[in-house]
Design a protein around this ligand. Structure first.
Ligand code: AMP
Ligand code: MG
Length: 343
């Protein structure tokens, strides 16, 4: 049985937070909202609680979890921090940034997928923050979806994937950002961007002298190549119908979409402006063309909806690679298994 409780996101009811924290303390699993996506939380120092996360999600055991703390200096308990960690923390925490550091022994290898590094994040969402604080421990939490499906951005997505498989789901409404956190690895005092998110590459450059973008962010890895972030090798967010990203001038993409609508059994993920030129059937709009933040917020719900339309193919625009666009680009090329069509 999964208990589903509603909590007010702007002023979390303390008694309900205590109830949820008790589940974490007893080694149970609680799904909770964060500013990025919903997370599936367990005590990060309890190896068997962490293993329950992998079982509930059907997640491969070599794909490590992010551990969530309630204040940046709590990282000291779990990892060997550096000067750059505190620079990043000062600029972006609490918020949608995850930093990879060498782990301390208190973090079990079941949490880090066998790695000797650990991913640390300090979320800003009031429910996440209160839950972690009251649990009195770091909370290991990957996204609260079944492995392979899009990350959940509202409680309904979590319920549809995990109801009956976990102890509790906190319904705290829609997530503000809608894409998972930015992941940065610190090695030898240098920052490597492993996964783009709402803390953009451009924003990182304001704090770090140099930021390397990992190859896997925008490109397909070879069969035998191991990514720096194990999660990057897994097929992700993928709808059952093939998704194709259209790359070209705006007008050419629109005419391709119009033609597809008359000749193919397709669905379209498009911009608000596009709807004037398209048939509304099987069309999902994710925001204005220039509003990358709105598109980020709507993307995963759109992929879930497109999947339910049972069409034979899904088309979407190839996003730009600047700002929040890089995060959209990264998620979409993986959902599309890197299928890009030039038009
Ligand atoms: P999720 O929380 O579901 O978005 O998944 C966590 C992501 O963080 C996955 O892509 C992992 O590969 C990545 N991650 C977690 N821990 C590490 C680590 N120690 N080194 C590199 N990547 C990590
Ligand atoms: Mg995930």
């Amino acid at each position: 049985m999964t208990e589903i409780i509603k909590i007010n996101a702007s002023a979390p009811e303390y008694c309900k937070i205590i109830e949820a924290a008790d589940v974490i303390k007893k080694g149970g699993l609680v799904a909770f909202p964060t500013e990025t996506v919903y997370g599936l939380g367990a005590d990060a120092t309890d190896a068997s609680a962490a293993r329950k996360i992998y079982a509930a999600k059907g997640r491969p055991s070599d794909n490590p979890l992010i551990i969530h703390i309630s204040t940046p200096s709590d990282a000291e308990k779990y990892a060997y921090t550096t000067e750059l960690y505190y620079k990043l923390a000062q600029a972006f925490m609490p918020g949608p940034l995850t930093v990879i550091l060498p782990k301390k022994d208190i973090v079990p290898f079941s949490v880090t997928g066998g790695l000797d590094t650990v991913a640390i994040r300090c979320p800003s969402h009031p429910i996440a923050s209160a839950l972690i604080r009251e649990s009195g421990t770091a909370v290991a939490a990957p996204s609260a979806n079944l492995s392979g499906s899009p990350s959940p951005t509202c409680a309904e997505h979590v319920i549809s994937d995990l109801n009956g498989r976990i102890d509790m789901i906190i319904d705290g409404g829609e997530c503000e950002i809608g894409l998972e956190s930015t992941i940065v690895k610190i090695t030898d005092g240098k920052a490597i961007l492993l996964r783009p998110g709402a803390v953009t590459y451009e924003a990182l450059l304001c704090v770090c002298d140099d930021v390397e973008i990992s190859y896997a962010v925008t490109s397909r890895l070879a069969e035998n190549e191991a990514p720096l972030s194990p999660g990057m090798k897994y097929r992700h967010y993928a709808p059952s119908a093939p998704l194709v990203l259209l790359d070209g001038e705006y007008d050419d993409v629109i005419s391709y979409m119009r033609k597809a609508q008359s000749g193919e059994n397709c669905s379209l993920i498009c911009y608000d402006e596009d709807t004037a030129f398209l048939d509304e059937r099987n069309t999902i709009s994710i925001g204005e063309r220039d509003d990358l933040e709105a598109q980020a917020k709507a993307l995963f719900a759109a992929l879930r909806r497109a999947d339910k339309m049972n069409t034979e193919i899904i088309y979407a625009h190839l996003p730009p690679k600047n700002g929040m666009g890089l995060a959209l680009y990264n998620r979409l090329i993986r959902a599309a298994a890197h299928t890009i069509k030039k038009v």
